[in-house]
Ligand binder design. Structure first.
Ligand code: ZN
Length: 406
């Protein structure tokens, strides 16, 4: 089972100064900053997935890449651009979530093939159009006409894509994208893609599905699946169901979820093998929009906020060195939290108490926890938050390794 990490240009600066919250004056971002696969060992994924929409931008706005970055990717190729070791493989896709609101995908087959080829991907997924609806097997609900059309568009583009890879002698492995709204429609797409000649098929649009719904689709696909067809689950990370998925031909998946939970989830920010903890929020006074507004409106004094922020950081570091008590840290956190959140919002203090008393970073073998200690559990700025995300990837990697497939 292979896990691909979708790229969103998430890097950290190895020389970041956590005490003063400053970058080194000598830092050259593109030269010095590192990806997750350079920051931790073992490498927490088998490969990366890069979306054309993330590189090029889309209707929804600019991509994650600056113009010079994009040019470097094209010039160096995906492997050198990401400084990927040989063990990591690469897969390209179009990033269908970025054009979900359009009537048709905004890309032509030739430009997508050009993107995959110029970047030197190992594999490339055909252009697809996400269907956002699910009808369970036993239901007599009819699919919407738009869903049928999106499935048809995806299949036609897949056919043209495969023909064009052959015509152009493309060096990447073509992967057909299957879309559906339920077990039978996914099975239909897979059957059609196999008939075209695809041996590797990516199942799209399953992100909102529950695991038992994904399984129902996989069971229906089993009825038509050739024994050598391999399935990829786009955007899915369900570690608990992966062994089951593998029995239905799934050989790879990709997901950003454990990474993003580090800074997007309300509470499950720091993962361990058996649990998840809430990271301790110590926002930067000058980097937090909500706090900035309170200061500008005069309801919070800037000097008071800065004093409270510094007191939190000092107390947390002293706590990690066992120089101060849990109670003192919580008092400092409470003082700052009441400024930031105001009286109406729900306090995180109880959750912090659990995080601090268990201090899970002390037991974590990953290089980042070992190096940064409690800093990794502090919810503050992208250098700490992304490191926590990288840590979560190492936990996922270990969980995946403990599963048995086959
Ligand atoms: Zn760690």
């Amino acid at each position: 089972m292979k896990f691909y990490f979708p790229d969103s240009q998430d890097l950290v600066s190895p020389t970041y100064d956590f005490v003063n919250d400053e970058y080194s004056p000598y830092r050259v971002r593109q030269r010095d900053d590192v990806y997750a696969h350079q920051a931790v060992t073992p490498i927490p994924y088998d490969g990366i997935l890069v979306s054309k929409a993330v590189v090029d931008g889309s209707m929804k706005g600019a991509g994650k890449y600056s113009t010079p970055q994009r040019e470097r990717l094209y010039r160096l190729g995906v492997r050198n651009f990401f400084r990927l070791p040989k063990t990591c493989s690469t897969i390209g896709d179009c990033g269908a979530f970025n054009y979900i609101d359009e009537e048709r995908p905004p890309y032509e087959v030739d430009e997508v093939i050009d993107f995959y080829g110029r970047c030197g991907f190992d594999a490339g997924i055909s252009i697809d159009h996400i269907i956002f609806g699910y009808i369970p097997q036993e239901s007599d609900t009819e699919p919407e006409p738009a869903w049928l059309e999106r499935q048809q568009i995806s299949l036609e583009l897949a056919e043209n894509f495969l023909a064009a890879t052959k015509k152009n002698d493309a060096r990447f492995e073509p992967v057909g994208a299957a879309q559906g709204w339920g077990p039978d429609s996914y099975a239909h797409s897979v059957a059609q893609l196999q008939k075209m000649g695809y041996r590797r098929i990516a199942l799209g649009g399953m992100v909102p599905l529950k695991s038992h719904e994904i399984l129902a689709c996989l069971r229906a696909i089993d009825e038509v699946r050739n024994h050598d067809t391999e399935l990829h689950l786009l955007g899915i990370n369900r570690v608990d169901s992966m062994e089951q998925f593998a029995r239905h031909g799934v050989t790879s998946f990709d997901s950003t979820s454990v990474f993003r939970q580090a800074f997007m989830d309300d509470r499950n920010n720091y993962h361990t093998a058996t649990s998840a903890y809430t990271a301790i929020r110590v926002p930067q006074v000058d980097g937090n929009p909500a706090l900035k507004r309170l200061i500008l409106s005069g309801s919070v004094s800037q000097a008071e906020a800065i004093t409270a922020e510094r007191a939190c950081l000092r107390a947390l570091r002293e706590f990690d060195r066992e120089e101060t008590s849990l109670e003192d840290v919580l008092t400092a956190l409470q003082a700052y939290e009441s400024l930031v959140l105001g009286p109406k919002k729900k306090s995180y203090l109880e959750l912090y108490e659990r995080t601090l008393s268990d201090a899970p970073w002390r037991a974590c073998p990953c290089a980042l926890c070992e190096k940064h200690g409690i800093e990794i559990a502090i919810f503050r700025g992208s250098e700490r938050n992304k490191r926590r995300g990288f840590h979560n990837l190492t936990v996922l990697e270990a969980k995946m390794r403990s599963l048995t497939f086959g």
